[in-house]
Design a protein around this ligand. Structure first.
Ligand code: NAI
Ligand code: MG
Length: 349
């Protein structure tokens, strides 16, 4: 039986193309024995395109992307483009237009990986961050800008529909994990309107998942626990802004930005999901061949899982885990890391 993965590739800016090349290498290696082939469509999106045409993401680009099974994205952003243009016009537009309402960010402390925590214990949790609502929807405005009387509003949007669909996804993930634990993170003692919608939604959906234990942490307390006792977490569900901040902290305690993977997932599969490293385009090291492609490779693992290729996904995760355990601190190039991971993935066990 043959199957083709139709992949839209947005390599993007800076180190994006460098890490994506290694991600694709590992993807090919992971599926080569499974009768699965990979067909890629490269999209010219990011700083270069914006400079050339003034475009960020056109309707035609979106239509092209919609025709694919999934998207692999490197990174978008360049110091020559005003802040916000590509973030809003490209990255956020993709997430909103393709209904990526689950922003999935696993945090695992792999054996052999250095953590700034003295006594981390076992760390293996996943943050399910809402991806289409909250304060990131652009519901706001400013008047009297630049005057002493400036007014600036950034309204957090939380709909019953939007909260329920992400909470349901988080419960389903918790149910499928061995510990079956879900933690809602919010700030419902102060943000009472949105907070209570989230709290009530979790309470309601929880009745359908009697095997999942549920707890709650205010976001400020959650930052403490992530540092003092990260092992307490299994699945965290939270809103767009809290999730953005918590997942950077989670990346920091589990080995840093070079290892943090993410999926922007449309669980209803009405549009392709997008997988990308959490880090940005790292203009400071672009072109030096020193970027760590591991976060991109782990994102490829999430992509395979989403496409139902669980065994191949597990092989990618295992290859990364083995490679991390074998790292001795001697510097390797981006390509060398990619080659090593592809070799480990390809080796049948
Ligand atoms: P960044 O993540 O690009 O870099 C932060 C630091 O981490 C830099 O010192 C960089 O060299 C290092 N770093 C990042 N990825 C690395 C890797 N794979 N291997 C080794 N070192 C790595 O964040 P920064 O500097 O704040 O942003 C740079 C540009 O990237 C900006 O234009 C920003 O808007 C954009 N950005 C894009 C994202 C995306 O495409 N999803 C996410 C975050 C930032
Ligand atoms: Mg962030």
């Amino acid at each position: 039986m043959t199957r083709t993965i139709d992949l839209a590739v947005i390599a993007g800016d800076g180190i994006g193309p460098e890490v994506v090349a290694e991600g694709l290498k590992v993807l090919e290696a992971a599926v080569s024995d499974s009768g699965v082939s990979v067909s890629t469509t490269e999209l010219d999106l990011g700083a270069k395109r914006w400079h050339a045409t003034g475009e960020t993401l056109t309707d035609a680009d979106l239509e092209t992307i919609r025709g694919h099974d999934a998207i692999l994205l490197g990174a978008i952003g360049d110091p020559t483009v005003p802040s916000g243009v590509l973030e809003r016009g490209l990255l956020l537009k993709l997430r909103f237009a393709l209904e990526h309402y689950v922003n999935l960010r696993p945090s695992t402390l792999f054996p052999g990986v250095r953590t700034p925590l003295a006594d981390p214990g076992e760390v293996d949790f996943v943050v399910v961050r809402e991806g289409t609502e909250g304060p990131y929807v652009g519901n706001g405005g400013a008047i009297r800008v630049g005057t002493p009387h400036e007014v600036a509003n950034e309204v957090s949007v939380n709909t019953a529909y939007g909260v329920e669909r992400v909470v349901r996804d988080a419960f389903a993930r918790a149910q499928a994990r061995p510990r079956r634990k879900l933690t809602l993170v919010h700030k419902h003692n102060v943000l009472v309107h949105a907070g209570h919608l989230w709290r009530r939604t979790v309470e309601t959906v929880a009745t359908e998942y009697p095997e999942v234990s549920v707890d709650y942490a205010h976001v400020d307390a959650a930052t403490i626990y992530l540092v003092t006792d990260p092992g307490r977490f299994d699945v965290i569900v939270t809103d767009n802004l809290f999730g953005d901040i918590l997942t950077d902290l989670a990346a920091a305690i589990t080995g840093g930005i070079g290892l943090a993977a993410s999926g922007n997932i449309n669980p209803d599969r009405s549009a392709p999901s997008m997988f990308e490293p959490v880090h940005g385009s790292a203009p400071d090291i672009a072109g030096t061949g020193t970027a760590d492609p591991t976060a991109t490779v782990l994102s490829v693992g999430l992509l395979l899982e989403h496409l139902g290729l669980s065994e191949e996904s597990a092989r990618v995760a295992r290859a990364v885990s083995e490679d991390l355990a074998a790292r001795d601190g001697s510097p390797r190039t981006t390509t060398q890391v990619g080659d090593a991971l592809a070799a480990r993935v390809g080796a049948r066990v």
